[in-house]
Ligand binder design. Structure first.
Ligand code: AMP
Ligand code: ZN
Length: 490
């Protein structure tokens, strides 16, 4: 396909604070690292937005013909609670009286399950922090050898002020050194540090800390920022193309990653830093710790007081894609409902494409429309502008249907392929309205619901319960509401 040679993809680089023409290090190849979830609880919709933003990036780069190695880690150790006293995963394990690795397993499964429902393509490599303790220890040794870290009571801290004598700590976040005191209180660590800006590379574990590994300095655990440096370097090299994550990770996490890499390898690790903006709820950042969040499954079932009804994964995905990844997006039932209408309209038009036949001549300039679709995506993955172009296509489809416009065979073929490519391959939407097996399943379940209603009307409770229970056993849950019975497929 070799499309990448003719396109002018521009990416907003948070490091230069400008849109830059994308030039990969190795022609035709892209190395991309995205900070993954800390698997101590169910992913909320805000987390999902960030991962979906990078799924769009991954999909478009692949579409352009690049061979992409996409690495997204799982943080299963080292991410401390906000007060800096305990590992988030260990806290959950203590509260639930289970092993930390049971916490990791449970929420990694939830994460994968949700992303799969939302049709995200899995990364090429998904490494874990606990699987890379040795790599992290090696990096600490190098930084210590260079004199840019120091050991206190079995813990190792990065010497930010020393680093800043020759390098620029704050290059990404724009923070001045005096303002870059990390907000984690890190109570006991604070007194050990030479300066409050310093951050932990290795922490000695207290007696009560169960997640611990041996190291030359103490039985302990690595600092959170280090795992991403270790895993990105290992799988993508000392310098790679794209590093992504949510806006909230810019400081301190990504700033510290840059410092660690420069200290260890003497090179800037990343060419293009990409930051996805936040999903908000009631105007506030969606966040687990403040309780201001909603879970994706609550949207698929409608079981949350914020929701008036259930929505499909593709309607949710469409809602997210209608905002540019660098814009804040506020979530509400009504906003999602408006998106669902648009999504259904688009799908209806896509379904009608098959019925349109070619004419001798074309009255629509398909090439120019197609070019605008590419221009939208080439302009820093501007999915809302792309969607506006897809609605232009919906207008064309309606006119073609009426015979008010025409396309010749070649243009019609191109039009159909382009729409499907952008809708399904690039935006990652799924056609939930097409006349395939899913609509047949819906028909069968509707029939069973009618039969169950008849059984209930005849007071045949054994039969009505059997229908409900056996459907549930195969993963179809009936839900009785005031307007009748609906169902969800789990
Ligand atoms: P965490 O599991 O807390 O490390 O977060 C995983 C990812 O979700 C990170 O890239 C965060 O930046 C991102 N994230 C957290 N909250 C939100 C939000 N409200 N909107 C968008 N992304 C978020
Ligand atoms: Zn990271």
């Amino acid at each position: 396909m070799e499309l990448y040679k003719t396109n002018q993809l521009k990416i907003y680089n948070s490091l230069s604070k400008s849109k830059e023409i994308f030039k990969p290090i190795l022609e035709g190849h892209v190395g991309m690292y995205v900070c993954g979830p800390t698997v101590y609880s169910n992913v909320h919709l805000g987390n999902v937005r960030t991962f979906m933003s990078f799924d769009l990036v991954f999909r478009y780069l692949k579409h352009l013909g690049y061979k992409v190695r996409y690495v997204r880690n799982i943080t299963d150790a080292g991410h401390l609670t906000d007060d800096g006293t305990e590992d988030k995963i260990a806290t959950k394990a203590r509260l639930e009286k289970i092993e930390p690795m049971e916490v990791v397993q449970r929420y990694s499964l939830d994460f994968h399950n949700i992303l799969q429902k939302l049709n995200n393509i899995p990364p090429s490599i998904e490494p874990t922090a606990t699987g890379h303790i040795i790599d992290q220890i090696e990096i600490i040794k190098t930084i210590l050898n260079k004199g840019l870290a120091y050991v206190v009571n079995g813990s190792v801290y990065f010497d930010v002020l020393k680093y800043n004598e020759t390098e620029h700590y704050g290059i990404l976040s724009g923070r001045k050194i005096e303002d870059s005191i990390q907000n984690t209180r890190d109570l006991d660590g604070q007194s050990e540090k030479k300066n409050p800006q310093d951050f932990a590379l290795w922490k000695k574990a207290e007696e009560s800390h169960i997640m611990r590994w041996p190291s030359p300095w103490s039985d302990g655990f690595p600092g959170w920022h280090l795992e991403c440096t270790a895993m990105s370097t290992k799988y993508l090299g000392k310098t790679f193309d794209i590093h992504g994550g949510g806006m909230d990770l810019k400081f301190p996490h990504h700033e510290c990653e840059i410092a660690q890499s420069k200290a260890c390898n003497n090179v800037n690790p990343v060419h293009y830093w990409m930051h996805a903006n936040m999903l908000t709820l009631n105007g506030q950042k969606m966040s687990k710790s403040t309780g201001n969040y909603i879970l994706p499954n609550e949207i698929f079932t409608g079981e949350n007081k914020l929701m008036k009804k259930a929505f499909s994964p593709s309607a949710l995905r469409f809602f997210m894609m209608q905002a540019h990844y660098r814009s804040i997006l506020d979530f509400s039932n009504d906003a999602l409902e408006a998106s669902e209408k648009g999504f259904l309209k688009l799908m209806e038009a896509v379904n009608q494409l098959e019925n349109i036949t070619a004419n001798k001549t074309s009255s629509i300039d398909i090439n120019s429309w197609k070019q605008k679709c590419y221009e939208a995506m080439d302009d820093d993955f501007n999915s809302p502008v792309l969607i506006a172009q897809l609605f232009e296509a919906v207008k064309y489809i309606n006119l073609l249907k009426l015979g008010d416009d025409t396309l010749n065979e070649e243009d019609l073929k191109d039009f159909k392929i382009t729409i499907k490519t952008f809708v399904f391959d690039i935006l990652g939407l799924q056609n939930e309205t097409s006349d395939d097996n899913s609509s047949k399943i819906s028909g069968v379940v509707a029939l069973l619901i009618t039969m169950r209603n008849e059984a209930r009307a005849n007071k045949n409770w054994a039969l009505s319960d059997k229908i409900r229970d056996e459907l549930l056993a195969i993963g179809i849950q009936l839900k009785d509401g005031k307007d009748g019975t609906t169902f969800i497929i789990n």
